[in-house]
Design a binder for this molecule. Structure first.
Ligand code: FAD
Length: 511
């Protein structure tokens, strides 16, 4: 082979221009890498989803007439790193060109950009996946300043002419959030659709993981529910458009325990297929807009809410990731506490936390508000070291890749970036949890109490967070009201709350 082209596990883009021509002088390589198993401890379903999807992609390439070599953990065992593997392949096939698509994270990108191969040209290509090209980041993102998602999103809507009537947003408004974000009422529960799940047999992958003693965590399933081929991913997209989009925005932030479908609700669960690049963001948005246009029962608030997530948030966090290389070091609140053990077991009496963690262990999935306002909020209020928080999120979710995980976790949920992404910390007491879910009604702790023995820990922790970070947050306009409330409390009440919070923190492993 003259040319070797590497395809990483999250580069399964069948529409890439690479595949427009066929040549038997070009060998595509897809490899299960030991180094990718150890940079963080992954959920077992996450590893299975990636390996299975990689295997399917390799098969599809061969069936389409390309030459693709799939290397499994047995085949790559002899190589200590990706670089060694590439050197080995180039010399084995006497290749004169080595090509790769630019990785979406610093770690792999550095590894590949430092690569030197004697007598072999190295070429890097775009993944051709995102709306924005990296060269355009300078026009959209400012370093070390607060970047507003809303204005970014409006620019994107205009530029790509999505949900627009000429220069104006479709329906007359840019944002319909006020209509959205309702709690699920009893009568809503029966309507929740049964999620479309696949049954991918991953037993061979599981056997390989065991053989190579790969450490993983989470619930092992031989039948994997996540979509691992283009066909399945498109089925899931279609299912979403038909069954979930009509209520997507309305219940986007809702949480419940009242149905077995509590983990999926109206969420698309397309993040794995998107992040592995099996689906493009363009086709996901187009399919959803087509469904909206063809169906009177899908209102503008739903489609706008969905478009905002992908055209807005997803592209936005990526831009911030690449414009802030030092993001991984940020720790605005100087948080240092260890992540409690129940993040690995779900065994806590706090119902909200146990629901979100158990579900994450069972499915390698939680929806946005569970990630942000349950596990994220808890870590923020208890000052867990953001390195440990990042590590947990990066390992547990099937869709977790650093470029999207880190800005969301460190930035949005932990405010460790001091406000580059969010205008204020997403800190909340039990009041929020109760407003958006039915978790509190079946909890040992009381969501209305602050200082009693069975008071919800979030309540005192919330006020402690406010008090403790006064210097850093009091000047923030969006926090003004909350400081007014805190400042008006009399000193004995404050003291009781702070004492309670101190007790909660001392006892953090046993909540
Ligand atoms: P839906 O609710 O159906 O949303 C549709 C799509 O919009 C998603 O598939 C996703 O591609 C995109 N999207 C929505 N919100 C965001 C966002 N904030 N940032 C980027 N894209 C978004 N998303 C990941 O893809 N990988 C992660 O590792 C990840 N880590 C997160 C960590 C924390 C602490 C938080 C608060 C959020 C994180 N998110 C992450 C964003 C979001 O929670 C997930 O994208 C979403 O829950 C995936 O489920 P879904 O496909 O059903 O999403």
């Amino acid at each position: 082979y003259q040319e070797i082209r590497l395809i990483l596990g999250d580069q399964l883009n069948a529409e890439h221009s690479w595949f427009q021509n066929k040549s038997h002088e070009c060998l595509y390589v897809i490899a299960e890498l030991h180094q990718e198993m150890s940079y963080v401890k992954h959920h077992i379903q996450k590893v299975c989803a990636f390996f299975h999807a990689m295997g399917n992609f390799s098969q599809a390439l061969n069936q389409a007439g390309h030459d693709c070599l799939y290397l499994n953990l047995d085949d790559t065992q002899a190589y200590d790193s990706l670089v060694e593997l590439i050197e080995g392949l180039v010399s084995k096939y006497d290749a004169t060109t080595f090509a790769y698509q630019l990785p979406d994270e610093y770690r792999l990108r550095k590894q590949l950009s430092n690569l030197k191969l004697k007598g072999c040209d190295i070429k890097a290509y775009s993944t051709e996946h995102f709306f924005l090209d990296e060269s355009e980041f300078g026009q959209y993102f400012q370093k070390d300043k607060h970047n507003r998602m809303e204005s970014f999103y409006r620019k994107m809507r205009k530029r790509f002419d999505i949900l627009m009537d000429g220069q104006n947003p479709r329906g007359g408004q840019w944002n319909y959030d006020k209509k959205n974000r309702n709690k699920l009422k009893k009568e809503d529960i029966q309507q929740i659709p049964e999620p479309l799940m696949f049954a991918n047999d991953v037993s061979k992958i599981l056997a390989r993981l065991k053989k190579h003693q790969i450490t993983t965590f989470g619930k092992e399933e031989t039948s994997l529910l996540w979509p691992t081929s283009r066909k399945q991913a498109r089925q899931l997209l279609q299912y979403f458009c038909e069954s979930c989009l009509p209520q997507f925005g309305e219940f986007q932030d809702a949480m419940t325990t009242a149905t077995v479908h509590k983990w999926s609700l109206y969420h698309s669960r397309l993040s794995f297929a998107l992040n592995a690049k099996i689906l493009s963001p363009q086709e996901v948005i187009s399919a959803a807009i087509d469904a909206f246009e063809a169906n009177d029962h899908i209102d503008i608030a739903q489609i706008e809410g969905f478009t905002r997530q992908i055209l807005g948030w997803r592209e936005f966090v990526r831009g911030l990731y690449w414009t802030h290389e030092e993001y991984a070091k940020k720790n605005y609140f100087n948080a240092k506490r260890d992540l409690p053990q129940y993040f690995w077991t779900g065994e806590t009496q706090m119902r909200c936390l146990s629901e979100a963690v158990t579900q994450s262990l069972d499915y390698a999935y939680a929806h946005h508000i569970q990630r942000l306002m349950i596990t994220g909020n808890f870590c923020l209020l208890t000052e867990i070291d953001p390195d440990q928080v990042d590590e947990w999120y990066l390992g547990i979710y099937v869709d977790a890749i650093e470029w999207v995980e880190m800005p969301n976790t460190r930035g949005m949920s932990q405010f460790a970036d001091g406000g580059i992404i969010a205008t204020k910390p997403y800190a909340a007491s039990a009041n929020y949890v109760h407003k958006m879910s039915d978790y509190c009604s079946s909890c040992t702790y009381s969501h209305t109490e602050k200082t009693s023995d069975n008071a919800c820990p979030l309540n005192s922790l919330y006020w402690r967070f406010i008090d403790h970070n006064k210097e850093k947050l009091q000047q923030n306009q969006r926090m003004g009201m909350i400081y007014n409330v805190w400042n008006k409390k009399d000193s004995s009440e404050k003291e009781q709350i702070l004492n309670k919070a101190a007790g909660v923190l001392r006892n953090i492993e046993n909540l």
